[in-house]
Design a protein around this ligand. Structure first.
Ligand SMILES: Nc1nc(=O)c2c([nH]1)NC[C@@H]1CN(c3ccc(C(=O)N[C@@H](CCC(=O)O)C(=O)O)cc3)C=[N+]21
Ligand SMILES: [Mg+2]
Length: 301
């Protein structure tokens, strides 16, 4: 029997470098973006809608715009005041749906509480839904034909594929059942022929479920939830959590950590994504990929 202290010390986990994987994907996209422009006389276009002035959201949105421009995608940002009415957001979405220069529409979440998020997401044309949140795209994914898949789980699949570990027949556990990560992640792992389990806040014996997983994907937003002795030796761990800890003397802005205790897990796992520098950068690269794919599909390429 392997005990919790049978740590993989001689064989430290491979740290999955999401920044370099994202950079490599962007390099692949560059010539395809240039090709689109050459064929159609205009660049693929992404429109980002940000309602309110949450500083973290503003940073992410700015980063998305910079990375678009870096590979030749035209990016426009629509920043609306926090008190904007739902109807005004819906009107903007309708205008972007009709715009020939816009191929991708991203509504940055969360929206202010007075706006019905589901109604806004339902208003985005499925063809331009680069987040993959529209029920039409969720449905395509659920029947095993992903078209525009949500960027974070799609990025996780790209990282797993790049790692080269076999996925077929392996036990995958997804911790978290959100519409944005957990559910689509499970669907994508099913397409990779994994045996998929989804755990969530009501799951009993979470630690034991984790110990059975060859592929462990955690997306719950609880810092340090997953301990080293919950991990099957040799498992691949994908940590989707991005949690900012309270500030201390060493880190006045607060350290960013995942949902997995990295130092413990990396002594047991075969490979693990760090936070930051793991899943996050890949999410943005996959957004660019989805924007290009949306443009190609709309143009009939
Ligand atoms: N409609 C919509 N689509 C989204 O995809 C979406 C959203 N709304 N709302 C907010 C979340 C958050 N999100 C992140 C993307 C990249 C990083 C990222 O690149 N993080 C870096 C840096 C982390 C840091 O230092 O802040 C990393 O993990 O290395 C983080 C978070 C996308 N989101
Ligand atoms: Mg990360």
């Amino acid at each position: 029997m392997k005990s919790a202290v049978a740590l993989n010390t001689e064989n430290e986990a491979r740290i999955i470098d999401g920044r370099s994987a994202a950079a490599a994907l962007c390099e692949d996209l560059k010539p395809r973006v240039a090709g689109f422009r050459a064929r159609h006389g205009h660049a693929p276009g992404l429109a980002v809608i940000l309602v309110g002035s949450d500083p973290a959201s503003a940073i992410y949105v700015r980063r998305k715009g910079e990375q678009c421009r870096a590979i030749g995608i035209a990016s426009t940002q629509h920043t609306l005041p926090a008190e904007t009415s739902e109807q005004d957001v819906l009107d903007l979405v309708a205008r972007l749906n009709d715009s020939a220069e816009v191929h991708g529409i991203l509504v940055q979440l969360p929206l202010p509480p007075h706006i019905d998020t589901r109604r806004v997401l339902a208003a985005v044309s499925p063809a331009k839904d680069v987040d993959g949140f529209h029920v039409t795209n969720a449905g395509w994914l659920a029947i095993g034909k992903p078209t525009l898949a949500p960027c974070t789980p799609w990025g996780c699949i790209r990282l797993l594929r790049a790692l080269g570990v076999p996925l077929r027949g392996k036990r995958a556990l997804v911790v978290g059942r959100s519409v944005i990560v957990g559910r689509p992640m499970a669907q994508l792992l099913l397409i990779e022929d994994c045996t998929v389990t989804i755990a969530h806040r009501h799951s009993e014996n979470l630690a034991d479920l984790c110990r059975e997983a060859d592929i462990l994907v955690v997306a719950v937003g609880i810092p340090g939830l997953i301990r080293g002795d919950w991990i099957k030796p040799g498992a691949v761990v994908i940590d989707v959590g991005i949690n900012r800890l309270p500030p201390d003397d060493a880190t006045p802005k607060g350290r960013i950590v995942g949902d997995v205790v990295f130092d413990e897990a990396s002594a047991v796992a075969r490979a693990i994504t760090p936070v930051p520098g793991g899943v996050g950068p890949m999410t943005i690269a996959c957004l660019l990929e989805n924007t290009l794919r949306a443009a190609e599909m709309i143009a009939g390429d």
